[in-house]
Design a protein. Structure first.
Length: 514
């Protein structure tokens, strides 16, 4: 009778022999698969749905070239959101199919690699095509599509309506597309698919709706919560009403939030009727120019008595965030010389047109209305030496209460309807007139879409509270703006012409050239 140790040894020898047999069998199978592979493609192999199983390497390459010929030249449509749709030709992006490498990837030919042997044993299967990428072409195309798909965020805006109520226009997020996301989408789609969706990243506006809400709560609502009683001593007192405050106040981006800005000239204009009730007040007038007679003619200045513009603003500002009886201020009635005198106007030497530009537009009633309003607001406007002209400040908020009509505006790469559509044409016209005059460009923003009625590289868009068009009068003399809108009709286009009257170029202040 065998001992336990003898039985155990016998079992070990049997197991070893079995294991060795398995190894030998596997080895034979492995070698057999290598030998069987030959030059043929595995029987079930496909590339991008094209069956090439059992074919020789050269046959399979030819089959793929024929079957994929139309696919590799067909454009791939890349989309993002509901506004971006770009067709990209793979060849332009440097994409092509490496047919020989694609056939190799199916398991065709002999190789000792385990993965290759497994494909031979299983008969192959679906295989992704091997792509070749021209790096320079792909980087160029990816960057172009990414730039085309970029949408700048739109800041929330805050403005008073015609009832002196602070209204918020919510922020609109923007988006960016990474060039790597464009490449990934193209590579993933090519050559099987004719479209792909791009991965995008949302970009928050600098001025969010929440920030605008906070400014409305902390300042805007308080500022118009009641009249400010202004005491002028023995001369009496007058009220600066919420409507007056609202008409002179705008909100501008400053230090990452919205800051109130009170226009001293507008406040002076708004409070004139109330100041007339105060004893000793006499209205003055700055010198200006009368346009329309071929050459601007001077309208003389007139000194007055009252409250200096800046003094009035400084007096009421502390009271604007107070309530009830605390809304009080004190001013002095003094002589108020004209800020721009007749002598100043004579010295200004507004002798000729230093910059002029005309843009045209197809017939649209809203353009006739909106461009006509802008022209009326800027016509005759005087930009003093060193002053900066701001289209948003001079024209004000484009809303229905101000007479502006609904029209088309550009949002990203699409057009949407909003009040004040078409006003950006005035920005382009003024910008080009200032450009021709050689005046200092302070701020301008190109449209996200270009129209051939504007000169390439010299067009500007505006959006109240967010995008402005500004230039500085860097001459030693005043510049007078003349604007004329010719209305379009169903049978003719309209036009907007802006002329800048000023001194000869030789009197322009010098500034460093960079």
């Amino acid at each position: 009778m065998a001992t336990d140790s003898t039985a155990t040894a016998r079992r070990v020898r049997i197991a070893a022999l079995a294991a060795g047999g398995v190894v030998v069998l596997a080895g034979v199978t492995y070698v057999g698969a290598y030998a069987a592979a030959g030059d043929a493609v595995p029987r079930a192999a496909t590339v991008s749905g094209v069956a090439i199983g059992g074919q020789s390497h050269d046959q399979a390459v030819h089959t793929l070239e024929q079957a994929l010929a139309s696919r590799v030249t067909a454009p791939v449509t890349l989309t993002a959101g509901d506004d971006l749709k770009v067709g990209v030709t793979p060849a332009d992006a440097g994409l092509s199919v490496d047919y020989a490498a694609s056939v190799d990837a199916t398991g065709a030919g002999r190789s000792w690699a385990p993965g290759h042997i497994w494909r031979v044993l299983t008969g192959g299967g679906p295989t992704a095509p091997v792509l070749a990428v021209d790096r320079a072409a792909m980087d160029r195309t990816s960057a172009q599509v990414a730039d085309q798909g970029k949408v700048d965020p739109r800041n929330a805006t805050l403005a008073y309506d015609d009832k002196a109520q602070a209204q918020i226009e919510p922020a609109v997020p923007g988006r960016t597309i990474a060039p790597s996301a464009v490449e990934q989408a193209l590579v993933h789609a090519f050559p099987a698919a004719d479209s792909a969706t791009l991965e995008t990243q949302q970009v928050e506006a600098e001025i969010t709706t929440a920030k605008a809400e906070q400014v409305r709560k902390d300042w805007a609502d308080l500022a118009v919560s009641g009249p400010v009683i202004v005491n002028a001593g023995d001369s009496g007192s007058f009220k600066v009403t919420p409507a007056m405050i609202a008409s002179a106040t705008s909100f501008v981006v400053k230090d990452g939030t919205l800051a109130p800005k009170i226009d001293a000239k507008r406040l002076e204009t708004a409070t004139k009727p109330a100041m007339k009730q105060v004893k000793g007040v006499q209205e003055g007038q700055d010198a200006t120019w009368q346009l329309g007679s071929g050459k601007p003619s001077i309208v003389p200045s007139k000194d007055g008595r009252g409250v200096a513009r800046d003094d009035l603003v400084k007096a009421i500002e502390p009271a604007l965030t107070k309530q009830g009886d605390a809304r009080r201020a004190s001013v002095a009635i003094t002589a108020v010389p004209a800020a721009f005198t007749t002598d100043d106007a004579k010295k200004a030497d507004v002798a000729g047109v230093i910059g002029q530009f005309t843009t045209y537009f197809p017939h649209a009633d809203y353009r006739n209305t909106n461009l006509g309003l802008v022209a009326s607001k800027i016509n005759g406007y005087v930009v003093l030496p060193g002053e900066t002209f701001s289209l948003n400040d001079v024209v004000g908020k484009r809303d229905a209460a101000s007479g502006f009509a609904d029209g088309w505006v550009i949002l990203g790469t699409r057009e949407v309807k909003e009040v004040g559509g078409g006003v950006s044409q005035s920005a382009t016209t003024i910008f080009n007139a200032a450009f021709a005059a050689g005046l200092e460009d302070v701020e301008h923003h190109p449209h996200s879409l270009w129209f051939d009625r504007y000169p390439p590289g010299r067009e500007a868009t505006v959006y109240y509270g967010s995008l402005d068009m500004r230039f500085r009068n860097d001459t030693d003399h005043a510049v007078v703006i003349e604007a004329n809108r010719v209305a379009s009709t169903p049978g003719s286009q309209g036009s907007l012409t802006v002329k800048l009257w000023g001194p000869p170029r030789t009197t322009r202040s010098s500034r460093p050239i960079r």
